[in-house]
Design a protein around this ligand. Structure first.
Ligand SMILES: Cc1cc2nc3c(=O)[nH]c(=O)nc-3n(C[C@H](O)[C@H](O)[C@H](O)COP(=O)(O)OP(=O)(O)OC[C@H]3O[C@@H](n4cnc5c(N)ncnc54)[C@H](O)[C@@H]3O)c2cc1C
Length: 421
């Protein structure tokens, strides 16, 4: 045991033990682990948006559970620091004679800057590092194209990747990993304050429960294609996004469960459609990995078109659910009160802000970033750019008519009445 070497695993958007390739690597290579989480403090250049209480609660619960699991597996807990990864990680490496630093790469622009800064300091200090793709379905080398040539249209991407869509069961259970003892302070903050979304509890346990419920227990997956445009309730869609976004749930484990369901219970259009949606998630990740900063600019992937708009009262009316359009105001009320919104409602409020109120889509994307309990940088900015017509949509104008949409998806006005009563 004493001769074992030590690795530092930097947890980021992968707040889980299961299906964690960095931990599997350590288990297979006989490395004991110092687990580290670094919270950007308010002055950090990497966290420009203030988190809503919905996001804070979920995040807090996820970290708490991760810490608990590490202790249960024999470690001293999740080392918790505030500040810059590129400062804390080399310091911890020096103190504990770390052999190698391991982390999952993320496609967001700030996350990329953070990774670049860390790599630079590690190289300078002569410390090895290795990055993993365990929040993706594919790795760069398993994609049937070079990252620089990711198709600009989703359908082309899907047709290329579907034939290579195989997910392997991990070589070893990451719970076999050995966590090191240390004397650093661990994650033990008192609970976040403010409102929380009671449908989503952060952490791996709740994630596994929801996955099992949506598939095997309730068999709701079998009607996903018909119900996925729903607006009210909790079971019209999988509801997995908060756990996927925070990494409490692995996308590969989700796919393996769907495949198992298809093999043992039933395969139909709905089970296929859930995989299809996970491919959208994957697509936006590779698009962001390729285009980085462009997806945070008003002109998006479309170059120099001047789409900057001046913020005015219409943005405020949208945020405060006072546009006068009942379907939009109901959706914005739901978003403000819960930190969550169905896909159908997201599409409508985004379209309304951009095409009816003529506002800069970045403002809307940033408001979602602040609030959404399932905020995921590539899915959020990718979808917003798509609706604004500056992303990956081959059609130039993706305006949703809110009156028509309400007629189709809320014909009895149950949704509008529920939120605007
Ligand atoms: C303007 C806008 C902003 C969005 N912002 C986010 C975001 O910040 N985080 C986020 O996870 N999703 C985002 N989405 C995508 C989608 O609305 C949510 O993933 C979905 O509503 C979450 O509910 P669910 O888990 O029940 O989804 P399900 O319908 O059950 O889908 C299963 C999973 O597939 C993925 N998925 C489904 N639809 C999409 C999509 N259109 N794009 C990318 N991935 C998808 C998600 O991981 C989701 O959890 C956004 C969509 C729009 C139109």
């Amino acid at each position: 045991m004493e001769s074992m070497k030590t690795a530092l695993v930097w947890f980021r958007k992968d707040l889980r033990i299961r299906f964690n390739e960095a931990l599997e690597f350590c288990a297979l290579n006989n490395l004991r682990v110092i687990p580290v989480y670094i919270s950007d403090d308010s002055n950090s250049p990497y966290s420009p948006v203030q988190l809503s209480s919905f996001r804070q609660h979920f995040h807090h619960e996820s970290l708490e559970e991760l810490n608990y699991r590490i202790v249960k597996l024999g470690g001293s807990g999740l080392v918790y620091k505030e500040g810059l990864a590129e400062e804390h990680i080399p310091a911890i490496c020096r103190k504990y004679q770390i052999e190698i630093v391991l982390f999952a790469t993320e496609p967001g622009w700030y996350e990329q800057l953070q990774e670049a800064a860390l790599k630079k300091t590690l190289i300078k200090a002569g410390i090895a590092y290795k990055l993993f793709y365990h929040n993706y379905i594919f790795r760069p080398e398993s994609l049937p194209f070079n990252i620089g040539q990711t198709p600009r249209v989703f359908t082309e991407f899907r047709k290329l990747v579907e034939p290579c869509l195989t997910v392997e069961v991990p070589e070893t259970d990451s719970q076999n990993v050995i966590f090191a003892t240390h004397d650093e302070s661990t994650y033990a903050l008192s609970s976040a304050e403010g409102e929380k979304n009671l449908n989503f509890k952060g952490g791996e346990t709740a994630a596994a429960k929801r996955l099992n419920y949506y598939l095997f227990e309730s068999r709701r997956i079998e009607t996903y294609k018909e119900t996925r445009n729903g607006l009210l309730g909790t079971d019209y869609s999988s509801g997995l996004s908060p756990w996927l976004a925070n990494g409490c749930l692995s996308v590969k484990e989700t796919l393996l469960n769907i495949k198992q369901y298809e093999k043992e219970v039933l395969a139909n259009e709905s089970t296929y459609w859930l995989v299809f949606e996970l491919l959208w998630r994957e697509y936006f990740r590779w698009i962001m990995a390729e285009h980085g900063r462009l997806l945070f600019l008003p002109e998006g992937l479309k170059g120099n078109r001047n789409r900057s708009k001046i913020k005015d009262r219409d943005l405020e009316r949208w945020i405060t659910a006072q546009t006068g359009e009942p379907f939009i105001d109901a959706a914005m009320t739901e978003l403000n009160r819960t930190g969550f919104l169905s896909n159908r409602a997201r599409q409508n409020v985004a379209s309304f802000l951009v095409h009816d109120l003529n506002q800069n889509w970045i403002e809307g994307a940033r408001y979602f970033e602040h609030l959404l309990v399932d905020f995921d940088v590539s899915s959020n900015y990718g979808n917003w750019a798509y609706i604004a017509g500056v992303g990956n949509d081959p059609r130039p104008n993706r305006r949703f008519n809110p009156v028509k949409q309400a007629g189709m998806y809320d014909p009895e006005q149950k949704y509008v009445r529920y939120w605007l009563k």
